[in-house]
Ligand binder design. Structure first.
Ligand code: AMP
Ligand code: ZN
Length: 113
């Protein structure tokens, strides 16, 4: 997608603090962090939301979670962390390129707001 913010970050056309990348996935620091650790993990493939993912995306969806676990381990988030996908406007999605939030470094409440 030519005009997608996260596709542009993945192509390095817009600056971001990249913390991980491979051929299928890239991850960067959230610009408005909601916790001491707040990273966004994205597929290079432009998928709008989880609703738009298909069986072809099964491996990619698993890799998003495994990258989150690796970053959490690297950052020593030993007290726990959350991985979240906001799916659709009602759930708080504001950028329509699928991304997994990794949040850590503070206590989280349940149920989430
Ligand atoms: P969501 O609301 O789930 O769609 O998450 C979008 C996230 O992208 C928010 O947490 C924003 O703070 C973050 N964000 C928006 N623009 C940028 C940017 N240019 N660089 C890094 N993070 C961004
Ligand atoms: Zn995109």
């Amino acid at each position: 997608m030519d005009d997608c913010l996260f596709c542009k970050i993945g192509r390095k056309e817009i600056p971001a603090k990249l913390v991980y990348e491979d051929e299928a996935i890239f991850a960067f620091e959230d610009i408005h962090p909601q916790a001491p650790a707040h990273v966004l993990i994205c597929p290079r493939k432009h998928v709008v939301s989880l609703t738009d993912a298909t069986a072809e995306d099964t491996a990619m969806l698993g890799r998003l979670q495994l990258v989150a676990a690796k970053l959490a381990t690297d950052r020593k988030l030993t007290d726990g962390y959350r991985t979240i996908i906001n799916n659709g406007r009602g759930a708080g999605q504001s950028v329509f390129h699928l991304h997994l939030h990794l949040l850590g470094g503070r206590v989280f409440r349940w149920p989430p707001g």
